[in-house]
Design a protein around this ligand. Structure first.
Ligand SMILES: Cc1ncc(COP(=O)(O)O)c(C=O)c1O
Length: 391
């Protein structure tokens, strides 16, 4: 296979037989010129749709001016982006550290919590996903991701069931630096907690002097119908991580924190060469501008309700569909067997719709927030036909 064109690529992903070469709005085109309606959106990244003209223009304009200078200097687009973020993040969050990915943001969140509290244990949730670096994979529940590296993972994580306050209460104590939680679990199968979970977590953290880290790498920047999912429950976290949709496809991650918490970092405690470079920050500024102008968080709430309603219709018709859940445009449909989910992914692709499977048998839909009812109707019709044919 030495002459196969993917020979030199690390075997870390099982890839679908598809090579997208161009995108516009909800659509992707492959190398054969076939068009697909994209309900994956680069896994919750391309929230403005593909090649949004405002984002493309911002990137091209800044690329011609200045791409990178390092954080040895003041960076105007970084300061402007932080100001914009301060307006849309929960009111507790006042300072921002910029990096390049979700895992890097979560790593920073752990370091900051440890430095601030001078404590060493972190409570994480079963079903969680926080990244693939040594520390973040340590906080990630899925054993196949974590186990092969167990011997080098810091033994600082206590796992408790998601959405179970009494389990947290049993574990939390004066050694707890932080509780890390996705307000809605994405990779874990689109799990939405009950009403009192997030507020209860915050209360417990305050009681024990621990940091509440809301990992909004997947749920943040409008996906769930608010700028940040924790805002559905009026929760003000001590630290907030984001990435994915922040750059609309351009890599950028960010750790936000309460002012007094972020002040625990001094020069030299944490850094990132590329973090917050002018190019990435101009991209993120454009994303926030478009999100505001087109009121995309509100649109996500509305279209998410419609999408779920249509999927519930499928569930009522087809016994293979076990559950429909989600918040805004982070939508999950659980099948009774893994193979049904796999068949749906493959056959939908053949019918021109890209969808994604996670947590064994859950279809996780994370379309661009510009998705229209007709796109949803088209996908539901295709899945309806597929489900009729599989038993
Ligand atoms: C909640 C959450 N945290 C962290 C990450 C890791 O982000 P990245 O892949 O950018 O490192 C992800 C990625 O899916 C995520 O969903």
């Amino acid at each position: 296979m030495k002459n196969s064109s993917d020979y030199h690529i690390a075997p870390t992903y099982s890839r679908q037989p598809l090579t997208p070469v161009r995108g516009k709005g909800m659509y992707l085109w492959d190398s054969q010129g076939r068009r697909y309606t994209d309900f994956v959106g680069g896994v919750a990244v391309c929230s403005l749709g593909h090649s949004h003209p405002t984002l493309t223009k911002a990137i091209c304009t800044q690329a011609k001016k200045l791409m990178h200078v390092s954080n040895l200097y003041r960076i105007k687009p970084q300061e402007e982006l932080a100001t914009l973020l301060a307006r849309v993040t929960p009111k507790s969050i006042g300072k921002f550290f910029f990096c390049n990915s979700g895992a890097e943001a979560v790593e920073g969140a752990f370091k900051l919590a440890v430095k601030h509290t001078k404590r060493s244990r972190i409570i994480a949730m079963k079903g969680s996903f926080h990244g693939r670096t040594i520390a973040t994979v340590g906080a990630t529940w899925n054993p196949p991701y974590r186990k092969p590296f167990e011997m080098v993972i810091p033994q600082i994580f206590d796992f408790v069931p998601f959405d179970d306050l009494s389990a947290v209460e049993r574990v939390i104590g004066d050694r707890t630096a932080a509780v890390v939680v996705e307000p809605v679990q994405g990779e874990g199968g689109v799990n939405v907690p009950s009403e009192d979970f997030l507020p209860g977590l915050k209360k417990l953290c305050d009681e024990y002097g621990a940091i509440l880290i809301c990992d909004e790498v997947q749920t943040g920047i409008g996906r769930t119908g608010k700028w940040f999912a924790c805002q559905h429950w009026g929760v003000n976290p001590d630290e907030l991580t984001m990435a994915k949709a922040l750059g609309g496809g351009f890599p950028i991650g960010c750790l936000g924190a309460r002012n007094e918490v972020m002040r625990s970092f001094s020069p030299g405690d944490h850094a990132s060469t590329f973090g917050g470079n002018p190019l990435a920050c101009e991209a993120a500024k454009a994303v926030i501008r478009v999100m505001k102008k087109e009121n995309l968080p509100r649109r996500a709430a509305k279209l998410g309700r419609y999408f779920k309603r249509r999927l519930v219709e499928l569930a009522e018709k087809h016994p293979q569909v076990e559950d429909v859940r989600g918040l805004g445009l982070l939508v999950g449909m659980e099948l009774s067997e893994r193979r049904f989910a796999e068949i749906l992914v493959e056959m939908s692709r053949k019918e021109g719709y890209l969808i994604n499977r996670t947590a064994e048998k859950v279809l996780r839909f994370t379309p661009p927030l510009i998705v229209e009812k007709k796109d949803i109707d088209g996908l539901v019709e295709v899945m309806d036909k597929i489900l009729i044919g599989i038993t």
